[in-house]
Write a protein that binds this ligand. Structure first.
Ligand SMILES: Cc1ncc(C[n+]2csc(CCOP(=O)(O)OP(=O)(O)O)c2C)c(N)n1
Ligand SMILES: [Mg+2]
Length: 1036
């Protein structure tokens, strides 16, 4: 009973009727009030029957008694009353009357308050029944009939059929067998003679409907109906009582699953579309890959049900992500892409109209706004384009959803929601699924509940689940976020509909993730060309015998009299005709416009024909006042009564000094860029691990009160009266998931600057798929621009193989500019080059340039991903400071920072022109000074590596026409920038001048783990940089 006291506050169970009432109001949980001082206090040991598992039962009783003393058996009433009156331990209990064998005797027993000897049996039997009910709730899904192929069903009766549920056929032996399957091992001491006894139902079940007690036989029958038919509900791991009660109510309430004839006809019509669409494609293009939906045709009505229900609950924007399987069908029958647009994709003569290289038809995205015919409300549906890489689109969809919610101030996800579709093998196998789930409840990343639908065809390509995963279901990953999982037999369309309705209601009630696992099969091979019998002969023998779901369901409705055979056939012909007509029209399509497949249009950003409105980039400079104002806020705490850390006080003071001196360091330059864009109405979102403070403790965008928990201040949000909001958020420790998410966020609008910062640049490689599949080629594949910024700390600073290199060579290798062709230098050369690039790669050496490149990102009339290799030691380097003068109106991002020292005065006398990028400049400049070679060696920094500043390099090379050209980098020779810059520098000089290399030797690791070696290497290449004889006897 001690447990009772401590649990009381936490558990607060509701009576079934209370919960029902409460849930039907759909409102927030109302906590029950208990009278103080009525908790029972006798020690457990004194009341032996209260030990072990019985305490659960007693708790139930106790709470029920607290609510209403009449609601429990009189014996419990006496017991609790005595106990509460302070009866000494062991004396509160008085034997109640024996339990009758029927309802009638139960109620008469309640009216007699006489001590009876049989209470032990009564308590035990009730406990047994309660455990039995619980066993069904916890494990009923293990024995539910989920597999349409019947491969996984273990039959329990001799005929080989699954367990029958009619009361007449219930027999205790079968029941015991079955319970073994429920892994409880025994039947809790109940036997045949107990089947007709009436038992009080605990408050944790709704099988009674309006009844509070039922005979055991009926209890078992109803539990079987609720949990062991075509729906398997996995939810008892959810540690929230209200949510568990909600689910129990949905699946246990007698006759909960009812459909009107109208609903059944709609369901049939949707199945007709889904099935006939695939058949049509098969007829017309029998040898084309389409990753058909055959075997899971129910997916289409399932999605439509989710969308209808969500629309009914107020959602008007649904963002979807899905793999190959059934994608064309979803486009045609859920999103309602014009059929001719889909059919013409099968025509190999179709010419591509847009720039870019395009993608295959089952990867393209889509955006469509239309009226939902069921709810008569407008709804926007978009399907996000994706690569082959399964599940990679998941976080992207989430990011886009979050952004759409943000722009609509939909802080609870009531208007915008996401649906993610998964294959069974991919859902279980791909780690990104887990990363995405873990974003689901984080304040800056939640989309307030995603509905996941798994097309669980029990196979992945040629691989069985038996060797593809270690968990019983492909969906176990969802358990980590307490998402309920509804497994459902895909050959029972009504069960599927029911589950989808519940899933949509769950999402709109609790705003949490939920999974619908459509257990189905794959009628063909992995694609239509593939032979499945090679590897799954038995499964496919069964599949060949399997009647299609449409046929089965139509027969059922015909028998029920819901439709006639003629009506069914008419429905099919009607859809076939729609397909045929669209097919005829598709022949007129001669040109493929990828633009028609855009998933995220940006209204107003481009001209009507999709071009940038100009080819100019305005100056990115700012007025002195603006700079000073931002600087002052950045060096202050703009709220009252806020105690910051002493160390931070010093940092802010330092910033104040800089502002007075009209200079900025890296952090302050970033402040200036972000703060000024906020003024211009641009929302900024900076996300990544520990970005709020900054990995290197330089940023401090979120101040923490030293005395009050969770009291924070973001000065950036206190800059201007009508500024745009600034979101800065520490992310979960994920790169793949979070970068995908931010990419999705940036996709939604061109008027937000989204920055993702890696903790150290090399960690980006766990997000490589997002970079390789989305960021680098996204525009080429899907004509969709994206202005995301990647901040990748980079630099050889003796920190070892990791934490050193952001692998610039990899980003540069993926740039689309031609190394051998010097582009025509027209007036708008720099902007045009950016426009033609797939992304921009920079390595700034000054705070001012960092400031400009961030601002340029938004002021450009188009969007490109921006990769910035950011510094570590330069954050505090005394020379890495910029004057306000470099940031005033008229100033701009410098793609190259050319030599402006004494070498520039007499360029013809210069012996060596050193090109470099990033932090090594400061080491080179220092060494040159030490060696007194400032007149002999010119140093020019390439701040923008790609697109390559051919014009800057050409000018410099011409200027220092007698100098040898050297590329210097601190990275190893096979890494860094050398391979990228060398052919380009050569091209600018018509390959007439060699380009010598100075830097570290080739290596497999990015940096040494030995500090001493690091310093030796540095010394060596600095020596070579200024050894003017180094290359005199070599041929390039
Ligand atoms: C990340 C990734 N790895 C491998 C593949 C190759 N591949 C394509 S489909 C497929 C099987 C997918 O099985 P499942 O997720 O169950 O979907 P289904 O095809 O059965 O609908 C595989 C392995 C891929 N597309 N993406
Ligand atoms: Mg599969």
């Amino acid at each position: 009973m001690h447990r009772l006291r401590t649990c009381a506050a936490k558990l607060r169970p509701l009576t079934a009727s209370q919960t029902a009432k409460k849930l039907s109001h759909n409102g927030p949980a109302v906590s029950r009030t208990f009278q103080q001082g009525r908790f029972y206090t006798a020690p457990v040991a004194a009341e032996p029957f209260l030990s072990g598992t019985s305490s659960n039962y007693v708790e139930e009783m106790y709470f029920a008694w607290l609510e209403n003393p009449q609601s429990v058996h009189k014996s419990w009433d006496v017991f609790f009353r005595n106990a509460n009156a302070g009866a000494p331990p062991g004396t509160a209990y008085q034997s109640p009357p024996p339990l009758g064998t029927s309802m009638a005797s139960l109620s008469s027993a309640q009216s007699v308050m006489v001590a009876q000897p049989n209470v032990d049996k009564l308590v035990e039997d009730h406990l047994a029944v309660q455990s039995l009910i619980r066993a069904y709730q916890v494990r009923g899904h293990h024995v539910s009939k989920l597999d349409p192929l019947g491969i996984n069903i273990v039959a329990f009766d001799e005929s080989g059929n699954a367990f029958p549920v009619g009361p007449s056929s219930l027999d205790i032996a079968v029941c015991k067998e079955r319970l073994k399957r429920l892994t409880v091992g025994a039947f809790y001491g109940l036997d045949e003679s107990d089947l007709d006894k009436v038992f009080h139902l605990p408050t944790t079940t709704f099988i009674g409907g309006n009844e509070t007690a039922l005979p055991l036989r009926e209890i078992i029958r109803r539990m079987e109906m609720s949990y062991c038919q075509h729906i398997g509900v996995e939810f008892m791991f959810i540690n929230d009582l209200e949510q568990c009660q909600w689910i129990r109510q949905k699946f246990e309430t007698p006759s909960a699953m009812q459909f009107t004839n109208e609903e059944k006809r709609t369901l049939l019509a949707r199945l007709v579309r889904s099935t006939r669409f695939e058949e049509f494609l098969q007829r017309k293009w029998s040898s084309e890959k389409r990753f058909g939906l055959e075997g899971c045709e129910v997916l289409i009505p399932a999605l439509k049900t989710i969308i209808d229900k969500s629309s009914e609950n107020g959602v008007d924007n649904v963002i979807m992500g899905m793999p190959h399987r059934g994608r064309l069908n979803v486009l045609a029958n859920v999103i309602r892409k014009e059929l001719e647009q889909i059919f013409c994709q099968f025509d190999s003569k179709l010419e591509a109209a847009d720039e870019g290289t395009g993608d295959v038809k089952y990867h393209l995205g889509m955006y469509h706004r239309r009226i939902n015919r069921v709810t008569n409300r407008n709804i926007t549906l978009s399907l996000v384009a994706n690569p082959s890489h399964l599940e990679a689109v998941d976080p992207v969809v989430q990011g886009k959803t979050k952004a759409e919610q943000f722009y609509l101030s939909d802080t609870e996800g009531k208007k915008v929601m996401s649906i993610l579709l998964h294959g069974d093998a991919a859902f279980a196998g791909q780690g990104i699924v887990y990363e995405t789930f873990h974003l689901s409840d984080l304040p800056s990343y939640t989309t307030h509940g995603t509905i996941h639908v798994v097309v669980n065809n029990q196979i992945g390509f040629t691989t069985d689940p038996r060797v593809a995963r270690s968990s019983p279901y492909p969906t176990d990953v969802a358990r980590v976020v307490n998402a309920p999982i509804f497994h459902v037999n895909g050959d029972d369309p009504e069960a599927v509909m029911y589950v989808c309705n519940v899933a949509a209601e769950w999402r709109s009630t609790f705003h949490k993730d939920v999974v619908v696992d459509l257990v189905c099969y794959r009628r063909n091979g992995h694609n239509e060309m593939d032979e499945p019998m090679f590897t799954q002969p038995l499964m496919y023998k069964q599949i060949k015998k399997q009647k299609a779901v449409l046929k089965k369901y139509a027969e059922k409705l015909i028998v029920e009299g819901v439709v006639t055979q003629q009506e069914f056939e008419a429905e099919m012909s009607k859809y076939d005709k729609i397909c045929e007509e669209a097919y005829a029209r598709s022949k007129d399509e001669k040109i493929m416009h990828i633009k028609h497949w855009l998933d995220s249009p940006w209204p107003g950003f481009f001209t009507l024909d999709g071009q940038p409105k100009s080819m100019k980039c305005p100056s990115t400079g700012l007025s002195e006042e603006t700079l000073a104002h931002i600087g002052n806020v950045a060096s202050s705490v703009p709220v009252e009564d806020f105690t910051i850390h002493g160390g931070l006080t010093r940092i802010l003071k330092g910033r104040g000094e800089m502002v007075k001196n009209r200079t900025v360091d890296w952090a302050l330059a970033e402040y200036m860029a972000i703060g000024s864009l906020l003024k211009e109405g641009i929302h900024i979102r900076l996300s990544g691990q520990d970005v709020e403070r900054g990995t290197f403790s330089h940023r401090h965008h979120v101040l923490h009160d030293q005395n009050v928990d969770k009291k924070t201040c973001i000065p950036m949000n206190h800059l201007w009266p009508n500024q745009a909001p600034y979101t800065v958020c520490n992310s979960s420790l994920s790169e793949y998931g979070v970068l995908g998410f931010e990419l999705g966020f940036a996709m939604a609008s061109p008027n937000t600057l989204v920055l993702w910062e890696a903790q150290f640049g090399d960690f980006h490689n766990t997000a490589q798929c997002i970079i390789d599949q989305f960021i680098s080629p996204g525009q080429a594949k899907w004509v969709r621009q994206n202005g995301i910024v990647l901040l990748l700390p980079h630099g050889m600073e003796g920190m070892g193989p990791e934490h050193s290199s952001a692998r610039p060579e990899r980003f540069l290798q993926m740039c689309n500019d031609d190394p051998d062709v010097v582009p025509k230098m027209m007036e708008d050369f720099a902007v045009q080059q950016l426009y033609d690039a797939n992304w921009i790669v920079v390595n700034c050496s000054t705070p001012a340039n960092y400031f400009h490149v961030l601002r340029r990102q938004i002021l450009l009339p188009f969007r490109k991903p921006l990769i910035i290799f950011t510094p570590k030691s330069l954050l505090r380097h005394p020379d890495a400071k910029s004057s306000f003068d470099m940031m005033l109106p008229g100033t701009e991002f410098l793609r190259g920072i050319v030599e402006d020292g004494s070498a520039a005065e007499k360029p013809k006398e210069v012996k060596r022109l050193l090109f470099c990028t990033g932090k090594v400049y400061y080491e080179l400049a220092k060494e040159r000074k030490n060696k007194n070679l400032e007149a002999e060696v010119a140093i020019t920094r390439l701040e923008q590596l790609s697109p390559f500043p051919f014009d800057v390099v050409e000018k410099e090379a011409k200027k220092y026409s007698n100098a040898e050209l050297v590329w210097c980098q601190e990275e190893h020779k096979n890494q860094g920038y050398y391979e990228y810059v060398k052919p380009r520098i050569r091209a600018t000089t018509r390959r007439e001048r060699p380009v010598w290399y100075v830097g570290r030797e080739p290596a497999s690791a990015p940096a040494t783990g030995n500090k001493n070696t690091h310093l030796q290497e540095l010394k060596r290449f600095l020596e070579t940089s200024f050894n003017l004889e180094a290359f005199s006897n070599l041929n390039n």
